[in-house]
Design a protein around this ligand. Sequence first.
Ligand code: ADP
Ligand code: MG
Length: 329
Amino acid sequence: PQLANQIAAGEVVERPASIIKELVENSIDAGARRIDIDIEQGGCKLIRIRDDGSGIHKEELALALARHATSKISTLDDLEAIISLGFRGEALASISSVSRLTLTSKPAEQAEAWQVYAEGRDMSPVIKPASHPAGTTVEVLDIFYNTPARRRFLKTEKTEFSHIDEVVRRIALAYPNVAFNLQHNGKLVKQYRAADTEQMIEKRVASICGINFMQKAIKLSWQHDDLSIHGWVAPNALQEQLQYFYVNGRVVKDRLLNHALKQAFLETCKSSVYSTDETLSYVIYLDLDPHQVDVNVHPAKHEVRFHEARLVHDFVYQAMIMALNTQKN
Ligand code: ADP
Ligand code: MG
């Protein structure tokens, strides 16, 4: 299993930032309202994620580290309509195969916390009592300590940190009601407070995407049948291009969105200031029936497939047209 896990790790664990993505997604799936991320040396030395989510029961703790063990889906039907960020049951097994991983957890209703430790080759984790409030902490030490070839691909502390920063920005944009604290080498470097009003949410978006983006952005919001879209689109080139597209809470890459938005701009603004090669910046949230989208396309889950792509495209297009028309009046 060790070899299989390391091979799988090649798909989901590229660098510290990819580990943080997987761990934070687990915290979100566990319903956490606060997630603390501590890293040392750009995450290469240490990654520690603590959440106040539902926790893992003592009996399931060792299982959580096993490959293909997921508590999130149990039938093929579930796979047809994924509502959680994780479902492959691979992340913890993969991460622990290339690091020294400690998992500590306490569900609110369980009296004590328990801990398992797994290190590379040793795949039969030992369980022992621990001290921990309700929730879960995953500590990952010495990434790639046992795979020197991969360790050599790690970049400078600064570069690894910037990847981590980006991962945290992305997820903080997607879950404004969750508080995030990012600490690097003992210093609090990013803090996103939980936002529950529209105003606070806009503040968070502005703090991540910049005031400039928010000032230029056109607000989008529409719902029809099972489809809903909201977010912001800024037409004029900003200093950096920001493109965040979330489908059911998951950040994805998809050309459909870009195409639909652009078409709407071209259509509405034929005679106006927007040129055809204008690049758009956006933060867009699209929500739809999970049966209508396949997220099991790629191990890192960056891509999705819409069952009715044309319909989704036209919906986005219409929503953008309406937003642009409102803007003009
Ligand atoms: P997946 O997320 O695809 O299910 P993972 O390997 O990431 O697989 O996690 C394995 C299992 O461990 C999850 O299904 C979940 O039951 C449990 N788990 C992992 N992290 C947490 C967490 N932070 N809080 C609660 N449960 C967790
Ligand atoms: Mg997961």
